[in-house]
Design a protein around this ligand. Structure first.
Ligand code: ADP
Length: 373
């Protein structure tokens, strides 16, 4: 069974975004924006420790993604009634939306252990064999960045996923021998930010293929409240809203913003955090009222000022910005597309009237027509 939406839909659909209302802090066009830890896809040790302590354990505490949650609720209950492992699951979506967290929640709800690894971590056959060897019935094997699995690893996984066996080969040439080892029925949960890079053969072996959506402001508000209370920070309701609005629909970023606001309020000796303090804290970190950081704004500036609004290829934007195109595609672009600032067309990226407005640039007549239609 495959859960909607399909891959083509997810990759091509730019999503309907609301119009930005925030102000633009004028970043110098000559200065390459400083990569902010706030929006970075990289995780510091502090982040990792924080995430461990904040991660919800059970489905009830997992906020948002209601469609996925109800499907998992039903499937987990059914699998438990039959005393079977849950079907294999592929989770995809931008970083920080809760793929790893959901895998932990599923394992917890199934009363199973979880083994974590990454696509590049399974380079050699013995990496996989060493891992599957430890599995027991119902356990979850979580493979992050599954699109980066090597061909050999992928081929070893096919029979493991389908028939719960693994083929071991030894010797070379005519002396090659293959031995088939049975495996306990386990659940493979794969996660990726690049659904289009997962081969069809691998994708077809997942029972569920699920896209994680950006969180609404209300859902992010619930996450902000929960995180603030777990961190012991008092945050007024209006400040919760400000943090949620700047969290880019992403729990990891919202949690980072709560941490920054907490540090700022401790430094200033002000508690509880009110809207003015939250806004001041986040402006200090150059996150604007709708969550855009200097890299986002520079990307839009390049698109509008250097390339007359596009269309322009992502590699060209990346080269002009001095950023890695993978990072632009995985970390920055999904939110800009979702908010309706950028459109992805077959000829390249195009800035929308919303982007012109956000940067206080006059909307060219062609774009104006686009807005009116
Ligand atoms: P991904 O694997 O998609 O990059 P993670 O699962 O690591 O994202 O999520 C990052 C952090 O965001 C988690 O540690 C957790 O604290 C928080 N988080 C993610 N999803 C949720 C959720 N649905 N409800 C509450 N917190 C969440």
């Amino acid at each position: 069974m495959t859960i909607i939406p399909s891959f083509s839909e997810s990759l091509d659909d730019p999503g309907q975004g609301s119009q930005g209302t925030g102000t633009v802090s004028k970043s110098s066009r000559d200065n390459k924006p400083r990569r902010l830890e706030v929006l970075s896809d990289k995780q510091s040790r502090l982040d990792q420790n924080l995430e461990l302590s904040l991660r919800p354990q059970i489905l009830r505490d997992y906020i948002g993604q209601s469609r996925l949650k109800s499907i998992f609720e039903m499937s987990i209950a059914a699998a438990k009634t039959r005393s079977e492992a849950l079907d294999h699951v592929l989770l995809y979506g931008p970083p920080g939306l809760g793929k790893t967290t959901l895998a932990h929640v599923v394992a917890h709800e199934m009363g199973a252990k979880i083994f974590m690894t990454t696509g590049p971590g399974l380079e050699r056959p013995r990496d996989i064999i060493g891992l599957v060897h430890q599995l027991e019935v119902g356990d979850v094997l979580f493979i992050d960045e599954i699109h980066r699995l090597s061909r050999v690893a992928e081929e070893l996984l096919y029979p493991a996923m389908e028939d719960f066996v693994i083929d071991l080969t030894s010797g070379k040439g005519q002396a090659t021998r293959t031995m088939r080892l049975p495996l306990p029925k386990f659940t493979l949960i794969g996660a990726t930010t690049k659904a289009g890079m997962v081969s069809n053969a691998l994708r077809d072996r997942f029972g569920f293929v699920c896209r994680l959506e950006f969180y609404s402001d209300e859902e992010l508000g619930m996450i902000v409240r929960r995180t603030a209370s777990l961190l012991g920070v008092q945050v007024k309701e209006e400040a919760v809203k400000i943090i949620a609005l700047r969290g880019r629909g992403t729990p990891r970023i919202a949690n980072r913003l709560v941490r920054l606001v907490r540090d700022f309020s401790q430094y200033k000796g002000i508690s509880p955090v009110d809207d003015a303090l939250a806004a001041e804290a986040l402006e200090a970190y150059q996150v604007d009222a709708i969550g855009l950081d200097p890299t986002d704004r520079r990307l839009l500036e390049i698109l509008i000022d250097t390339y007359s609004g596009g269309p322009v290829g992502i590699d060209t934007i990346a080269a002009t910005l001095g950023e890695d195109s993978d990072t632009l595609e995985d970390v920055y672009e999904p939110f800009l597309i979702q908010k309706g600032f950028v459109q992805r067309t077959p000829r390249g990226r195009v800035a929308t009237p919303i982007a012109y407005k956000h940067l206080n640039r006059p909307i060219p007549s062609m774009q104006l027509n686009l807005e009116l239609t």
